[in-house]
Write a protein that binds this ligand. Structure first.
Ligand code: ADP
Ligand code: ZN
Length: 524
């Protein structure tokens, strides 16, 4: 880009936003757009994508369009722009017909530099014909992964963007942005939006102020209540997989006297708005929500995001977890993992109306998510690798990097568990396996004659809870697996062979600190 244009852009950055310099990636994207190139910007939430298209829109002649999926997001963005002195508006279904007409007229009269629209608007003939009367130098597509079937939030209405382009002469510059996209999704965005040899910028996924951790096999309620109480005055989001789970976690926290709100699609719009506003105003410490909450929420002082349940894939996870620490101050992102969450996500996949290919893709993404939950490698590195940054160093902050627990050789115990699973013919769940190892007096055990197995009672010095934890650890490390069913059955995985052959030893970190609550225990 010419020095002159760059100077202009910097000057506008200072004047409108009050910032002295561009962040990494922003300058290249702004420069490319001003040079008339299409761009594909992949930058994590909070990295500053908006400026990349708002600034060129200010500098280019005519009115630029911003396609964005969420109505609430639009209003906030437009309000913020108007406050900084950039004339902008939005047009979506929340407006009256009269208001829409008024704004369209304003657009034609050149009253705005930016017009935000929902993708559905692209289907409106009136809108498209009015567009013909104005100069449109730039179409920015926010949340561009919505155009891809391989992403985590496909919206068919995004397909209308390309049809729209055919109506605008000369063809505007296309600028696509998303927070999260794997290589496959990036390619798909570029081809579906027909980007012309776009300048691609993928900036650092690593967020230096976030510490990620995975807590496995904990009593989730105990963990949550302790975690939140240890952080008085800190705002946080608790994500849960289902509306019912949101209700139940919310009720639990409220009963403990924690100022918690709830948010899910089953609530009325007023209820949701009230909860969101209270959370933004810091009247609530915590909001318990499904993934319906948060897209486009700009609350910068969120100090923690706890996932009570594992989401369907890593893109969704990192996008949600990334809502912590947007102000650059430390943020904690905790995933409470239990194998049952995998079953829940599989259930969602099975129940969905997606075709077979799509389901297979969803299972693949889910496997990457489960791998994250189980890895003993750096969690930050695991994520940035997922997004295609190969040469990342361990972060030194995450739960795995800071795990100082001792590794203990548990090969002998593991072998007993494996042979127990084999003797039970790989047809029973974790609990019954633990009961057999413990030598429990149980009708089902007698019914199947497991009390006459040599492994029966072989680990009676351990509690049933310790044994189920051991079994889950063996699942997490890939020695055992659970079947994909509602009542999962424990089976031997390939990895067991090396152990049984004496080639591989099994290690475990001792004392899974989080599962044994300090202080009072809570009766269920
Ligand atoms: P994204 O859309 O990528 O999630 P935003 O565009 O909302 O991120 O920007 C996140 C925050 O960073 C905002 O508060 C924004 O004002 C701030 N920001 C963006 N660019 C810069 C910059 N060059 N210098 C300082 N702050 C910036
Ligand atoms: Zn790490």
């Amino acid at each position: 880009m010419g020095v002159e244009k760059l100077e202009q852009a910097r000057e506008a950055l200072r004047r409108y936003y009050g910032y002295d310099s561009f962040r990494s990636g922003q300058e290249r994207l702004v420069g490319a757009i001003l040079d008339g190139r299409d761009v594909l910007g992949v930058m994590p939430t909070g990295a500053g994508k908006s400026i990349c298209y708002q600034l060129p829109a200010v500098l280019l002649p005519g009115v630029s369009l911003v396609v964005s999926p969420l109505i609430s997001l639009m209003k906030d963005q437009v309000d913020a722009l108007n406050e900084t002195g950039i004339p902008a508006t939005y047009i979506n279904s929340s407006l009256s017909a009269q208001e829409t007409t008024e704004r369209l007229r304003g657009m034609v009269q050149g009253r705005y530099k930016l017009v935000y629209i929902a993708p559905e608007r692209l289907e409106s003939e009136r809108f498209v014909s009015m567009l013909r009367q104005v100069t449109v130098p730039l179409v920015a597509v926010d949340e561009a992964h919505c155009v891809s079937q391989w992403g985590h939030d496909f919206r068919p209405s995004y397909m209308g963007i390309v049809r729209l382009l055919a109506h605008i002469e000369p063809r505007p510059v296309m600028a696509a942005f998303t927070a999260t996209a794997t290589d496959v999704v990036k390619e798909d965005i570029a081809s579906r939006l027909r980007l012309a040899d776009p300048v691609r910028v993928t900036t650092g996924y690593a967020r230096d102020n976030l510490s990620l951790s995975v807590v496995r096999n904990a009593d989730k309620r105990d963990y949550l209540s302790r975690f939140i109480r240890e952080r008085p005055g800190q705002a946080g989001i608790v994500y849960a997989a289902t509306r019912r789970e949101v209700e139940s976690v919310h009720e639990f926290l409220t009963r403990l006297g924690i100022a918690a709100g709830k948010y899910h699609a089953g609530l009325s719009e007023e209820e949701r708005e009230a909860a969101q506003d209270a959370f933004l105003r810091d009247d609530l410490q915590v909001i318990v929500a499904t993934n319906a909450f948060g897209m486009g929420i700009d609350k910068s002082n969120v100090r923690f995001v706890v996932h009570n349940n594992m989401p369907k894939n890593l893109e969704a996870y990192y996008q949600e977890a990334g809502r912590a620490g947007r102000d650059g101050e430390p943020g904690e992102c905790v995933l409470l993992f239990s194998p049952a969450d995998t079953a829940t996500q599989k259930f969602f996949i099975e129940r969905s109306e997606a075709d077979e290919e799509r389901k297979k893709n969803d299972y693949r993404l889910l496997n990457d998510m489960v791998e994250y939950a189980n890895t003993s490698d750096c969690l930050q590195r695991n994520i940035v690798r997922y997004f295609g940054e190969e040469d990342a160093e361990p972060c030194g902050r995450c739960g795995n990097c800071t795990d100082e627990r001792e590794l203990v050789d548990v090969t002998r115990e593991a072998k007993i568990v494996f042979s127990c699973v084999a003797r039970m013919r790989q047809r029973f769940g974790v609990t019954l396996t633990a009961k057999v190892l413990r030598g429990a007096n149980d009708a089902k055990i007698r019914q199947f004659g497991f009390d006459s197995l040599t492994v029966y009672g072989m680990m009676k010095d351990k509690s049933e809870k310790e044994l189920t934890q051991l079994i889950h650890a063996l699942i997490a490390d890939g020695y055992l697996r659970l079947t994909d069913s509602q009542y999962p059955v424990v089976q031997l995985a390939e990895r067991v062979r090396g152990v049984m052959d004496g080639e591989e030893k099994v290690f475990r970190r001792v004392e899974p600190a989080v599962t044994a609550p300090r202080g009072r225990s809570r009766g269920r």
